[in-house]
Design a protein around this ligand. Structure first.
Ligand code: FPP
Length: 253
């Protein structure tokens, strides 16, 4: 039986986040330039988005470009930006057809103006879609967004808009660009690396982590189903004991 057939559709994660890793190594194994891997990575982006939407996952967040990635050779950065623009242009119809809303988080002002403009156009053109929200983390750094949120709150205090007692976890969350997305229940990283790499540090406090050995360009629908299948077999305790969790389930059922 396939993983998809074994999934409990009543217990899907509402938000899945993915660290797409391994494009460069995938290409290197084939004796090709790194950009070849990025181009093939787009197929995997499509597979992940389609499978998540088909299952009924409401939010999918993809780590597409970190602030640290700007330090890569100019040729590779230019190629990635070109690919991003090309993909947005090509996929806008599919997004609307599948009722997928595009969203973006990160230091978006630092994107090349042409990409920034097209990205926001597409975000507006898909804003009415309600089947799934596809968020691209672009020029993204979780530490930066946390520092920005702290600065924002400090300013509000200095302008007497709030007091220190108003700062709660929920309030802090509203200052992050990911707000109002729910925290991801499942974070997938491909390529056999076991790191978070400055991604959604605040939001993944209780997220289940899943590490897939495949390089990103090889990621297919069945790999997403397998990750969700694995997630559904975990006990999420949120600091409670297993007995307490089981009792809650019995009481609810
Ligand atoms: C990580 O692999 C991948 C990236 C930095 C870029 C991800 C981009 C894409 C999949 C293509 C375009 C994306 C969209 C959303 C249209 P790596 O280069 O770090 O690989 P390595 O670890 O093997 O060097």
């Amino acid at each position: 039986m396939s993983y998809k057939e074994q999934l409990d559709l009543e217990k899907l994660p509402s938000h899945v986040a993915i660290i797409m890793d391994g494009n460069g190594r995938w290409a290197k194994f084939r004796g090709k330039p790194r950009t070849f891997g990025h181009r093939h990575g787009v197929t995997a982006v499509r597979e992940a988005a389609e499978s998540a939407a088909e299952l009924g996952i409401k939010y999918l967040t993809l780590y597409a470009f970190s602030t640290e990635n700007w330090k890569r050779p100019k040729f590779e950065v230019d190629a990635l930006m070109h690919l991003l623009l090309q993909t947005i242009n090509k996929e806008v119809k599919t997004l609307n057809k599948n009722k997928i809303r595009l969203n973006a988080i990160g230091n978006l002002d630092s994107l090349p103006p042409q990409i920034y403009k097209r990205l926001f156009q597409t975000i507006q053109e898909t804003a009415h879609n309600d089947r799934m929200t596809l968020t691209l983390a672009l020029s993204y750094s979780s530490r930066c967004e946390i520092v920005d949120a702290v600065r924002d709150i400090a300013r509000e205090i200095s302008e007497n808009k709030i007091t220190a007692d108003d700062i709660t976890g929920d309030y802090f969350n509203t200052k992050l660009p990911s707000y109002p997305l729910p925290d991801p229940e499942l974070l997938i990283r491909t390529s056999g690396e076991y790191r978070i790499s400055n991604f959604l540090l605040w939001q993944i406090a209780y997220t289940e982590l899943y590490f897939c050995q495949k390089f990103w360009p090889d990621f297919r629908k069945e790999d997403l189903y397998e990750a969700v299948y694995n997630y559904q077999r975990r006990e999420r305790r949120f600091g409670k004991t297993s007995d307490q969790v089981q009792k809650n389930i019995a009481d609810e059922g």
